[in-house]
Design a protein around this ligand. Structure first.
Ligand code: F6P
Length: 281
C-alpha cells in the first residue's frame, strides 16, 4: 500500500495454494506503516487505485495498526485473525494456531524418544512472545511434565524443586515446555539457572528451541477450514457495509467484534488446562 505496488487478483490467483504455508501476498510488518506519514501515503495510494475496502490479515500488531488506519482515513476495513499465537480477543481460534500446535506436538513426540532413551531432561521452547496458547496445548497434547507460560508468574525455586523431584522420584526423563515469552526468560535462560544449581549436576539436560519450524508447513485441515470460513466472512462483512470490525469464530459461529475490543481486551488461556499438566504428570 505504501509503495503503491498493487496486483489485481481473481479466483485463479488463489488456485492451488490451500495446501501451502506462508503467504503469497508477501506482506509483513512495516516500520513505515507505524508512522502517520507512512499511513498517509498508503491511504493516498489506495484512493488513487479506487480501492474502497481493506481486509487486514494478521495478529495483534496488524489489527491494532489497521484500527489506527481506519480512525485516520475511514477506509472500510475488516480484520481477519491470522497468528500462530492464538492471542486475539474475538475468536476462539486464529488461523495458523492449529498447524503450529501440531508441529510443536510432532516435535515434542520426537524429542521424547531421546529423552526416554537416555534418561534426559529436555526444556522445549515453543513460540508465544506474550501468550502461552501453543505452550499449554502442546504441553498437554505432548504429555509434558511441566508447562511454563507468560500468563502466570513462576518462582524459579519452585520450578527447580518440582523438576528435580520429577527427575529423581517419578521419572528418569522429563519434558518441560516453555513459552518463549515466559517471564523466567525462555528455555536457554532457565537451563542456565538449572545448570548453576548443584542439585542438577547429575541430570542430563538439553534445550531444544522449535522456533520458526512452527511458522511454516502445510496447514492442518482444521486451519484450512477456519481460513476458508473467515476469509469468506471477511469479504461478506465488507460487502454488507461493516467497517472497523474483525471476523472471528466463537462457539463455531461467525461473529464480528469491533476492532477496539480486539486490541483493548485480552484473551485468556484456559487455567484449568494448566492445572491438568501437573495433575497428569
Ligand atoms: O507473533 C507471532 C510470532 O510467531 C511470535 O510467537 C514470535 O515471537 C514471532 O511471531 C516471531 O517473529 P519473527 O518471525 O519476526 O521473528
Amino acid at each position: 500500500m505504501i509503495e503503491g505496488d498493487f496486483v489485481e487478483m481473481n479466483r485463479t490467483s488463489v488456485s492451488n495454494i490451500i495446501q501451502k504455508g506462508g503467504t503469497i501476498l508477501k506482506s509483513a510488518r512495516s516500520k513505515e506503516f507505524r508512522t502517520p506519514e507512512g499511513r498517509q501515503k498508503a491511504a493516498e495510494n489506495l484512493k488513487q487505485q479506487g480501492i474502497d475496502g481493506l481486509i487486514a490479515i494478521g495478529g495483534d500488531g496488524t489489527l491494532a495498526g489497521a484500527a489506527v488506519f481506519y480512525d485516520e482515513h475511514q477506509i472500510p476495513l475488516v480484520g481477519c485473525p491470522g497468528t500462530i499465537d492464538n492471542d486475539l480477543f474475538g475468536t476462539d481460534e486464529t488461523i495458523g494456531f492449529d498447524t503450529a500446535l501440531n508441529t510443536a506436538i510432532e516435535n515434542i513426540d520426537k524429542i521424547r524418544d531421546t529423552a526416554d532413551a537416555h534418561d534426559r531432561l529436555f526444556l522445549v521452547e515453543v513460540m508465544g512472545r506474550d501468550a502461552g496458547f501453543i505452550a499449554l496445548n502442546s504441553g498437554i497434547g505432548g504429555g509434558a511434565e511441566m508447562v511454563l507460560v507468560p500468563e502466570t508468574l513462576s518462582d524459579i525455586k519452585k520450578v527447580k524443586s518440582y523438576i528435580h523431584s520429577l527427575m529423581s522420584e517419578q521419572h528418569r526423563s522429563s519434558i518441560v515446555v516453555v513459552a518463549e515469552g515466559d517471564e523466567l526468560g525462555g528455555a536457554t535462560r532457565i537451563s542456565e539457572e538449572l545448570r548453576a544449581d548443584e542439585a542438577f549436576a547429575e541430570i542430563d539436560l538439553r534445550v531444544c528451541i522449535l522456533g520458526h519450524t512452527q511458522r511454516g508447513g502445510s496447514p492442518t485441515a482444521r486451519d484450512r477450514v477456519l481460513a476458508c470460513r473467515l476469509g469468506v466472512s471477511a469479504v461478506e462483512a465488507l460487502l454488507d457495509g461493516h467497517a472497523n470490525v474483525m471476523v472471528g469464530l466463537i462457539d463455531n459461529r461467525i461473529r464480528l467484534t469491533p476492532s477496539r475490543n480486539v486490541y483493548s481486551r485480552k484473551k485468556s488461556i484456559n487455567f484449568e488446562l494448566l492445572g491438568l499438566t501437573t495433575l497428569l504428570s
